[in-house]
Design a protein around this ligand. Structure first.
Ligand code: SF4
Length: 324
């Protein structure tokens, strides 16, 4: 089995954008690959935060991931700060990475432009990302298009380290470009994101989801019930494509184009499709929340396994570099 690694920020419970865009795919991948999934709390501290809040968000993310279907008996799920070798290898990689390459990273430029004072950690973020992946000598990394630049940097760092200390030691990780979807928020304006308040939480109750769906933005051409619409420009249609059966998606498109139904009818059908997907996840979340010790133990076991693998890599890295 090829090995994969992927990380996710501890942003609290998952929203359906994270779920449909990445985590649902991880649930399938865990059966096909030797999978390492990491809640990257060291990455999360590169921007201002409250410690108690970070701890709560990390626990909520773990619960969401398990409820979404990650199975600790099939994959290694752990929290990054439980495996200190991540930062150890990141320091080593920092000594090999040209400053210019880090300054050119698009995500750094975007994030730095929003900060009054830019911490070095924000600049070095992709170096830690390279360490996350290479520590496990992962062959494949499930990523979306927006992460390709960071992955290229990881490949570059692997090449630099190999050229200096040990040809072929780190294999260059490849992107596993999976059918990740870019899920727009309910405002139809931007990607679904907690900071924009346009999300549906993975564990949200159906009544609350409906209150959000009712006012969600649709095709602006459908002013009156009798106005035909263009499903492709409507986010509700794209959510149908992610959640409803193919026949329903087809029906939605026809009903929209012919003004055969109103947007509320369309949203009711979407709500039903969502419920089919989310009800079992909510039920699992309740079971997990009722037994917090088991979740803690699962994360500890995941970290122990990850650490064993990480230490194997670090022993060889340090040996080849003349470190003790
Ligand atoms: Fe969107 Fe459905 Fe309304 Fe068409 S009918 S605009 S797809 S909500």
């Amino acid at each position: 089995m090829a090995r994969i690694f992927s990380g996710i920020q501890p942003s609290g419970s998952l929203h359906i954008g994270n779920y449909l865009g990445a985590v649902k795919n991880w649930v399938e991948l865990q059966h096909k690959y030797e999978s390492f999934f990491c809640i990257v709390d060291y990455h999360a501290i590169t921007v201002p935060y409250e410690p108690a809040d970070l701890r709560a968000r990390t626990a909520d993310m773990a619960l969401s991931l398990l409820a979404a279907g990650l199975d600790p008996s099939k994959c290694t799920l752990f929290v990054q700060s439980m495996v200190p070798e991540h930062t150890e290898l990141a320091w080593i990689f920092n000594t090999l990475t040209p400053l210019g390459e880090l300054e050119r990273q698009t995500q750094f430029k975007e994030k730095a432009s929003r900060e009054e004072s830019v911490p070095a950690g924000l600049l070095n973020y992709p170096v830690l990302q390279a360490a996350d992946i290479l520590l496990y000598r992962a062959e494949l990394v499930p990523v979306g298009e927006d992460q390709l630049q960071h992955l290229e940097l990881s490949r570059d760092i692997a090449r630099k380290w190999n050229a200096r200390f040990g040809a072929g030691f780190f294999q260059e990780p490849k992107a596993l470009l999976t059918p990740t979807r870019r899920i727009m928020g309910l405002d139809g304006q931007a990607k679904m994101s907690k900071s924009l308040g346009n999300t549906v939480d993975l564990l949200e109750e159906p009544a609350s989801i409906w209150e959000k769906l009712k006012p969600a933005v649709t095709d602006p051409a459908r002013v009156r019930r009798t106005d035909p619409g263009t499903p492709e420009v409507c986010n509700i249609y794209h959510l149908h494509k992610a959640l409803s059966p193919a026949a329903t998606v087809e029906h939605v498109a026809v009903q929209c184009r012919t003004a055969g139904w109103g947007c509320i009818d369309c949203k009711k059908v979407l709500h039903e499709s969502m419920e089919k997907e989310l009800a079992p996840i909510r039920a699992r979340a309740k079971e997990i929340a009722a037994n917090p010790k088991k979740m803690k133990d699962d994360l500890a076991a995941g970290a122990a396994h990850a650490r064993t693998e990480a230490q194997k890599t670090m022993r060889e890295v340090k040996n080849k570099m003349g470190l003790t």
